[in-house]
Design a protein around this ligand. Sequence first.
Ligand SMILES: [Zn+2]
Length: 471
Amino acid sequence: MASQTTYSTDSKSNILPLRPVIKDYAWGIRGLDSRVARFALESGVIDEVDPDEPYAELWLGTHPSGPSTIRDGITLEQTVGGHLPFLFKVLSAGKALSIQAHPCKSLARVLHRNDPTNYVDENHKPELAVALTPFEAMCGFRRIEEIAILIKKHPEFAACISNEAKLRVFLCSEDEKDKKEALRGLFHSFMSCPADISTEQLKKLLKRLQKEQSCDHVHPHEEPPWERKCARAILRLAQQFPGDTGAMAPFLLNYLLIAPGESFYMAANEPHAYVAGEIIECMACSDNVVRAGLTPKFKDVDNLVNMLTYSQGGPTINAGTPAYGDDRIMRYTPPTGEFEVMVITCNPGEDLTLPRLPVPAIFIVIEGSGNTDNDDGQRLVMRPGRSYFMPSNCPPLTIAVNSSKRGPLRIALAHENQHMDEPNLSSASETGPKMWSGEFALPSEIRSPSSKMHSPGMMNGFSSTPTASSQ
Ligand SMILES: [Zn+2]
């Protein structure tokens, strides 16, 4: 794909250590359990880690709300000679992030013009997540058939929706357009339910679900696992956000658990909420969020109801596709031009040369350690949390891992999309419901046929120790 920006092709420019920016949002994992904290410590962003403080996000890029620096007084933006089209992040979520969606380009422009305080830039924000630990998230709407089952089963949820909207869901035809209209009506009705009613119904719901979770409840075996999972998710969210009716979101959104090395993509105008775990995230350079719940921050329900696509079913889940003829380089390619992510694994006793790239890239060591070399004899410290800026067309870097090391060196690298014609990730809005068709799908159908399969038994995903907060 042709590059969107003209970059310097000075082959003498070398790889430079990067100083990212840390964000301490309240949902972050606390203390040293957070990769964001450990990575920030290693890259010299912070001097010490407070065990009581949340460490939520590490930003690598040129976004004005968190610009990375090369060294004191020199920003990454100055070095690049402009903005990078993407923003690369590490995320450590100890509790759920708000239920949100990101506007498309045209809506982002309108929102920013009308409300620059809440909508900080004009850009869209499609985003891609690659799990570093088991990662839980709500992504995209459930299929309307699933929601209908949940309405019938949970009278408290039903009480928050108008009879007209419910009827529409029950009488909905097989036609996609009809399904979308029914879902839109349902979501609008639920989101505009008066607070006193929804709060009261949430209380009743939690009481009943708690009772049903106890072992002396008579019916648990009749309930399919996806319904049990949904009920447990509601109880946990309600614990994290007492009184917030956003805890009922699992009735509406697909609830996913992905393994380390697996990824998904969220296109514009798709509802989602990350729940727990740690990921590498890459997105178009933007920070625009329309929020709807599970947050004390500004909620913009009207814009959210109007902007969503109402596509049903979750995103493709993919464990990467080998790139550059080497299956140790796995690419995660969304159908958008600004970015793609590579995860590069070098095992003990091996070496690996990074491809020469016509675009600038950022990489961060996510696991293990090793040595480096290039034509200029450049030595970099490869330790978890160290991050670097790689100018376009810089001399190829060879990484080697000593055979005495206990595990592989793993690097996550982001750059402008070089495989736009072969994306391996998509959200439901692009593919229709045929990819991940929701909880009714058999487990073997959950994974996209183009993805590299791995069963839990032979998992070659990243080694990880789930933290207490990712349970
Ligand atoms: Zn998001």
